[in-house]
Design a protein around this ligand. Structure first.
Ligand SMILES: [Zn+2]
Ligand SMILES: [Zn+2]
Length: 126
């Protein structure tokens, strides 16, 4: 699967019963819908549908690496400063890499889960 941003091949990170994809160029993560919700529950956060957000249909968000359909951008967080991309077909989500600091060269499943939970913790803030 290619990164929806950089169009480079992503690295597969294997977990106990799933996989996610990571772009080592931008640090973005592609996570399947069921895994996202599992991470959120473990992070004491509401499910993705309950977190809400605002669809931004103006923004071209790239293509789903799994279904090759256009992704939609969802904005949220304080002053709508954050966004993630999602595929309306498979429900997968794309979370960008950390903006500050050096990108770790590799990330394991736990690290990926931490990145996703950290992002949605900020995203859920109103
Ligand atoms: Zn990338
Ligand atoms: Zn998809």
């Amino acid at each position: 699967m290619d990164c929806p941003r950089c169009s480079v091949e992503m690295t597969t990170i294997a977990g106990d019963d799933g996989v996610m994809q990571r772009c080592s160029d931008c640090g973005g993560l592609w996570v399947e819908n069921s895994d996202v919700n599992r991470f959120l529950v473990h992070g004491d956060l509401p499910a993705l549908t309950a977190i809400g957000g605002f669809l931004n249909t103006e923004e071209m968000a790239g293509q789903c690496p799994a279904c090759q359909v256009d992704l939609v951008e969802v904005e949220g967080g304080q002053k709508k400063a954050l966004h993630y991309d999602t595929c309306e077909s498979c429900g997968g989500i794309w979370v960008e890499g950390p903006e500050e600091g050096d990108l770790p060269e590799t990330l394991d499943w736990k690290g990926g889960a931490k990145q996703v939970v950290g992002f949605f913790r900020q995203f859920a803030k109103k």
